[in-house]
Ligand binder design. Structure first.
Ligand SMILES: Cc1ncc(COP(=O)(O)O)c(C=O)c1O
Length: 466
């Protein structure tokens, strides 16, 4: 009797929570109409690389939440660092003041970053970090006698955030259209999708990389170098399904930026903090940015935090007389978030998570590449613990799906089926249809196998339905 009452109570609680979620929640980038006849997926708990729903079902978190949970879920020492900081000093602003955890974190990040990126400007998110980098570039050039430089170059299909400025840098037309007109100055160039490279460079990765980098120079010349402030690039572009940079690409981009006095911003909101086996993605690919934007993995999601790391030289004009960077947000560098970030980085060091990624990335790639025997798998690409799997209708011709097929395949079947099968990942059609994977950095072969087996089953079912 007790058991049956217990399970009745649990069922009633789940039903009440579902009803409340459907009545009051507004989920991001979500078709809320789907919840008319589906439950809202409700994740209540996490442990290591796994999360659990309201019914106790376990899922492998193959996306680290949203490219966030580098150290995995349920780390007591990180949660305790938050609690300790909350009782010592829960909040004080970085407007005119500093606090110890922000200072310690800034020094630690500066020590980890490449070259002379020694200044840290904290934010609360990635969009704010990108927004801040653009504002810094604009104000910097106004203060240094080049007030006409305001434009920003970024790549097709690249995602750089959703606030109005960051959205103007984002290269996804569908995300921007409802909010036009956006701030002026966003300029697009081709990305480094070698699988879909133009014919004249389709068989030569180095030539493709040179062409893609030179497209940045052509854009600068077309716009007028005296109007261009910065180039925003992810080390490895996420949106579109993991486009790694061809060898030499970033070295050439660096030369081009130097030639025209344009700042190189490395948007590492996803690629920093071990995702590619290094603290920063720019270190993996061997280039020196002027600004790095970061968020997500800096705290592994135990509290929100973002920011930008800035070269000493860019700070120079702001360090004199009456000058100041006329920008800030209330919760930037929140003491609890900074304490969490420090505890998160302690875990990185204690468990050598960068070493784990470097030691296992070949095995991760090899395991995912087994899926190449499926007719629907066109391309498996990425680096570190960050992969995209592009799905195609015809492997030989690389023909992709029509919009209607994509809709049926991704939204109608795959997203739901993968989750049902116990894998959190992302089926994305913002470019060609891809599955995105970015598991916690603690994962090893058993997790790669689990990911591969679930993908194999579900992708086979998807192909049969086409
Ligand atoms: C490269 C990149 N930049 C910026 C952002 C925006 O970050 P946030 O969602 O924290 O505002 C994201 C988010 O996924 C991102 O991937």
């Amino acid at each position: 009797m007790t058991t049956s009452h217990g399970s009745d109570d649990a069922a009633a609680q789940i039903a009440a929570q579902q009803a409340s979620a459907k009545r009051h929640m507004w989920l991001h980038f979500t078709r809320m109409s789907t919840f008319a006849d589906h439950d809202v997926p409700l994740i209540v708990r996490g442990s290591g690389p796994y999360v659990f729903d309201d019914r106790g079902k376990r899922y492998l978190d193959g996306l680290s939440g949203l490219f966030v949970s580098q150290i995995g879920h349920g780390r007591r020492e990180v949660a305790e660092a938050a609690a300790r900081q909350g009782s010592e000093l829960a909040y004080f602003p970085l407007w005119s003041y500093a606090h110890p955890r922000a200072i310690e974190l800034a020094e630690r990040l500066a020590g980890m970053a490449p070259g002379d990126l020694n200044r840290v400007f904290f934010t609360t998110s990635g969009s704010e970090a990108v927004e801040s980098a653009w504002k810094l570039a604009k104000q910097y050039f106004k203060m240094t006698g080049e007030p006409g430089r305001y434009k920003v170059i970024s790549r097709d299909i690249a995602y750089h955030g959703t606030s109005m400025g960051a959205l103007a840098i984002t290269g996804l037309p569908g995300l921007k259209a409802p909010f036009e007109p956006l701030p002026a100055g966003g300029v697009r160039v081709p990305n480094t999708n070698f699988y879909r490279a133009p014919g004249f460079v389709a068989h030569d990765l180095a030539a493709f990389g040179q062409w893609a980098a030179d497209e940045i120079e052509r854009a600068i010349l077309r716009e007028g170098p005296e109007t261009v402030a910065a180039v925003f690039l992810e080390p490895l572009q996420n949106s579109g399904g993991c486009f790694p940079p061809p060898p030499g690409y970033f070295q050439r981009v660096r030369e081009i930026c130097d030639r025209y006095g344009v700042l190189l911003v490395s948007d590492e909101v996803i690629c920093a903090f071990g995702r590619l086996g290094y603290y920063f993605g720019s270190q993996r690919y061997g280039y020196q940015p002027d600004i790095i934007t970061f968020a997500k993995g800096v705290t592994s999601g135990y509290a929100p935090l973002g920011g930008m790391l800035v070269r000493d030289e860019l700070m120079e004009p702001f360090s004199k007389g009456e000058a100041s960077f006329v920008h800030g947000v209330t919760f930037a560098g929140h003491p609890v978030s900074c304490a969490v970030a420090l505890a998160n980085l302690d875990v990185f060091e204690k468990e050598d998570l960068l070493g784990n990624v470097r030691a296992n990335e070949a095995a991760f790639r090899g395991t995912l590449e087994k899926l190449n025997d499926l007719p629907i798998v066109g391309d498996v690409r990425g680096d570190g613990y960050f992969y995209g799997i592009e799905m195609v209708k015809d492997k030989a011709t690389r023909e992709t799906f029509s919009d209607a097929e994509s809709e049926r395949l991704l939204r109608g079947f795959l997203s739901h089926a993968l989750f049902e099968a116990g894998l959190v990942c992302r089926a994305d059609d913002r470019g060609d249809p891809v599955i995105q994977l970015s598991p916690p950095l603690t994962c090893t072969q058993e997790h790669f196998d689990e990911i591969e087996q679930i993908l194999r089953t579900v992708l086979t079912q998807a192909w049969a339905r086409l």
